[in-house]
Design a protein around this ligand. Structure first.
Ligand SMILES: NC(=O)c1ccc[n+]([C@@H]2O[C@H](COP(=O)([O-])OP(=O)(O)OC[C@H]3O[C@@H](n4cnc5c(N)ncnc54)[C@H](O)[C@@H]3O)[C@@H](O)[C@H]2O)c1
Length: 370
């Protein structure tokens, strides 16, 4: 199959996103790799991804004349911290990487964020190649330049915006991804559906079987659509200063609160986002901005992809609201991205806490019409 190419136009920081199957197979990669400043670099990955994909990627880089040293980090969100970052800097230095060197991030969002931050700051910035290997990373975290590490006080509190030189989303990586991780990525995909509206929702409705079977062509089309939606927001607000990128948080305000409430255990990020989407849809209806048929279509889409849809019975709704107020993006008010229609998101900054409480309680019961 051919590959798709998407351009991210950001003046001198512009780059391409390539999406397709077989993109990182050894062979001619001159069309994919941009002219990097030098040919010495490191591939940053983790203990799970390395045995699955590292050799192939290093061979692929070598075929283009790029030397690489592998740096293998422990796997897990808990390692996205300053301690591991320090180790990463030291290993990059030990590999002899100079200002003209490059970092290739091979992994999911955790590796992408860590390696991206290292690339942004090592010797004041070196070339970065993003090779995302999860659905979530291909549709979201590898695009847009945000990177960072967690502090004990919260996730992603330290980081920069630093664009990669290229993103290569090879859908073949997805074949080894555990089912639960696929599901988490699909939560984000459904979010893009709700943001984009009818065309993409229809695509997701009609191609569900192929997507779940991981047919490369369908996966690539899906990732292309999600990537272009994200790119559209990124180019209009690269540094997230204008509030344009805020709508990408659809489902995330309640999602983040749920993740925090369960101390990042039991509920994975994508699962929390899926439940957050149900809550955002339900609140949009409660605030009379979304019509019932659109609400039901949104719920159907989540169901079609096997995503969780019920707020856990033991979830303390007052705690969720409290956590929402303290969300780093909330400015202490109660705000949320809601929908006026499918494909028509907006920031609602004046949410009545009583209505929100009632709506969240309702989300503990099935809301889909039978
Ligand atoms: N920078 C951004 O704009 C942005 C956006 C969204 C999320 N994020 C960050 O992304 C992170 C979550 O990313 P994620 O969901 O990709 O999680 P992850 O990076 O932890 O990957 C999930 C799991 O899948 C494994 N894995 C990755 N690729 C695999 C493959 N091809 N085969 C088998 N296993 C594989 C990983 O080792 C890990 O165990 C969070 O830290 C979040 O803060 C960043």
């Amino acid at each position: 199959m051919g590959s798709h190419k998407l351009s991210v136009s950001l003046d001198s920081r512009s780059y391409s996103i390539h999406i397709g199957s077989g993109l990182t197979k050894a062979g001619d990669n001159s069309l994919l790799l941009p002219r990097l400043r030098g040919n010495q670099g490191v591939v940053v990955t983790n203990t799970t991804v390395a045995p699955l994909h590292l050799r192939r990627v290093q061979e692929w880089l070598a075929a283009g004349g790029y030397e690489s040293t592998a740096i293998i980090l422990p796997d897990g969100e808990e390692y996205k911290n300053h301690e591991v970052l320090q180790r990463l800097y030291q290993e990059i230095f030990r590999a002899g990487i100079q200002r003209t060197g490059y970092i290739c991030a091979l992994g999911g969002g955790v590796i992408g964020d860590l390696a991206g931050f290292a690339a942004a700051t090592y010797m004041r910035g070196i070339d970065l190649i993003q090779l995302p290997t999860t659905i979530l990373a291909q549709v979201d975290s590898a695009i847009g330049g945000k990177n960072g590490v967690n502090l004990e006080s919260g996730k992603n509190l330290v980081g920069t915006t630093y664009q990669p030189r290229v993103v290569i989303s090879d859908v073949d990586f997805i074949a080894t991804l555990p089912e639960r991780e696929c599901l988490c990525g699909l939560g984000e995909v459904v979010k893009y559906g709700l943001l984009a509206g009818d065309d993409f929702i229809s695509f997701l409705e009609m191609n569900q079987t192929e997507i779940m079977k991981q047919d490369p062509r369908s996966l690539a089309s899906m990732i292309l659509s999600c990537s272009s939606i994200k790119v559209d927001y990124v180019v209009r607000d690269e540094y997230d200063l204008l509030g344009v990128r805020a709508v990408l948080n659809l489902g995330h305000t309640v999602g983040h609160a749920l993740e925090k409430m369960y101390a990042y255990r039991n509920l994975a990020h994508g699962e929390a986002v899926a439940i957050g989407l149900v809550c955002a849809l339900a609140l949009s209806v409660a605030m009379k901005s979304l019509a019932e048929p659109s609400f039901q279509r949104g719920l159907q889409l989540l169901k079609l992809y096997g995503l969780p849809m019920l707020l856990p019975m033991d979830a303390d709704v007052d705690e969720i609201i409290d956590l929402m107020r303290r969300d780093k993006k909330a400015n202490h008010g109660l705000s949320m991205i809601l929908l006026r229609g499918l494909g028509d998101p907006y920031l609602e900054a004046n949410i009545d806490s009583g209505l929100l409480r009632k709506t969240l309680e309702r989300c503990k019961q099935p809301l889909m019409a039978s």
